[in-house]
Design a protein around this ligand. Structure first.
Ligand code: PLP
Length: 451
């Protein structure tokens, strides 16, 4: 073992580079070398790094109120943040619950769905099953991983995960439709699959269908085809099944609207949010519950049976609220949409003819390149080659470096390499150009090294 760190990193044999500081689009290594944060970490950074306003709000909040137990007390930061979030749904959602990570938010969402059925009149205690999608990633706690369909992330924990979960196909325009299949026929086929799965497990036992409106880390920025979520919602409604949207990665402005579902003409019963909520300044995530769910609890026990020591922490909420105020004041969600169009154009110009780039896809400032061995057959690379991770490593090595978020999907047992490009919404058109040039350099040197 060569690593010296006391930190338990992913690689026990090699410590990662040390980041000493960050400002705007850039991270700075301890040797001073700049790294462009081309993916905002894991699509987290949305107002850029080192914002002075957020720094000051954190300092003054700690001075005024460092902590109170939000199970028993309220405070202005959590009240104001929650009100802002409800307003951002145009009143379509009812209440907010704040936690510290996306995984916790997903666990809370699953439990809230369960509680909803226990409080219905009459209760439906037999509703214990969740249906998610193959290849999905919803977090790493046992509950969130338990509903995930990402085979490699699940594999060694399989015996610990809930058996009350099953998976249906994800909607993926690149790999999903059969030859000559129209979008409408594809959507109908996926809706029939969900219908059949609900029938198979017994409709009276199904609690919720869980999906990311735009698939993030698991497959790399895969939006659904038009009409898909409306069709899935219709199936959910047919059987009284709740719809949970995981917007931990794709939400909070990332796809060009505050909530990704606002582009789907579908309102979820429960949604989770994370990464862009605090923009990386604080660990924060949460759930937003819809009216049907809250009214049922309201007329039932009147209690929400879930609590955590650090829920709605005052400092965390104050920082996230300031991030959201900056997004609002600077019109950054529209900017994410506009800069996303610039990014799309530049990525397509740079990579459309690349022999190893099979698909360029995304929405807003949330884009991915999928790499293939053969563009005709769409055959993926041998996972042992670690194509995406090699591109990531090459990106960090160059000057200026670039952070590209690597991923290997395992939907339907198929492997596939992708990198995510998801810079802060504050990025300029010139910086978009720099990110794409740096990404091109990293891809080319990785492919040269591997092939
Ligand atoms: N859901 C999605 C879609 C995610 O991408 C992630 C994290 O990447 C999570 C949930 C879990 O969030 P966290 O890592 O904050 O626990």
């Amino acid at each position: 073992m060569s690593a010296k760190s006391a930190v338990l990193y992913r690689d026990l044999h090699k410590d990662p580079y040390t980041i000493a500081g960050a400002s705007g689009l850039y991270l700075r290594l301890s040797d001073g070398r700049p790294i462009m944060d081309g993916s905002g970490g894991a699509a987290v950074s949305c107002i850029g790094h080192g914002d002075e306003r957020v720094r000051q709000v954190i300092a003054s909040q700690v001075t005024q109120l460092d902590y109170c137990h939000s199970l028993f007390f309220s405070c202005d930061p959590s009240e104001n943040l929650s009100r802002t979030l409800i307003d951002s749904t145009s009143g379509n959602m009812a209440r907010v619950f704040i936690v510290n990570s996306g995984s916790e938010a997903m666990d809370a969402a699953l439990k809230l769905a369960r509680q909803y059925y226990m409080e219905l009149s009459p209760p439906q205690p037999q509703r214990t099953r969740f249906i998610a999608r193959h290849g999905s990633y919803h977090g790493n706690t046992l509950g969130a991983l338990g509903i995930s369909g990402h085979k490699s992330r699940r594999s060694i924990y399989e015996p610990l995960l809930s058996p009350n979960v099953s998976h249906v196909s994800v909607c993926n325009a690149y790999r999903g439709p059969e030859e000559q299949e129209t979008t409408e026929a594809y959507v109908e086929r996926l809706a029939r699959e969900l219908d059949r799965e609900i029938q198979r497990v017994n409709p009276a036992t199904v609690c919720a269908f869980v999906a990311e409106p735009v698939v993030g880390a698991a497959l790399g920025c895969v939006p659904s085809v038009p009409g898909y979520f409306k069709a899935m919602k219709a199936i959910c409604d047919k059987y009284g099944v709740l719809l949970i949207f995981d917007e931990v990665m794709c939400g909070m402005g990332r796809t060009g609207t505050m909530h990704a579902w606002q582009q789907e003409d579908v309102i979820p019963d429960i949604q989770t949010i994370g990464k862009g909520l605090g923009g990386g300044y604080v660990p924060i995530a949460g759930l937003i519950a819809g009216h049907r769910v809250i009214e049922t609890l309201d007329t039932g026990t009147g209690q929400y049976i879930h609590g955590q020591t650090y829920q709605a922490h005052p400092m965390v909420c104050a920082a996230a609220l300031e991030v959201q105020r900056i997004i609002e004041e600077q019109d950054l969600v529209n900017r994410a949409r506009d800069m996303g169009r610039v990014l799309e154009t530049k990525l397509k110009a740079a990579f459309a003819a690349h022999p190893q780039v099979g698909n360029i896809r995304g929405r807003g400032l949330f884009w991915a390149l999928e790499f293939v061995k053969d563009r005709e057959t769409k055959e993926s690379f041998d996972p042992a080659l670690a194509v995406a991770m090699t591109i990531h490593n090459e990106g960090i090595l160059q000057t200026p470096g670039i952070m590209l978020y690597p991923g290997t999907g395992s939907a339907d047992g198929r492997k596939g390499d992708h990198i995510i490009i998801a810079p802060p919404y504050t990025i300029t058109a010139e910086e978009v150009e720099m990110v794409v040039v740096a990404a091109q350099k990293a891809v080319d040197s990785a492919i040269k090294r591997l092939l």
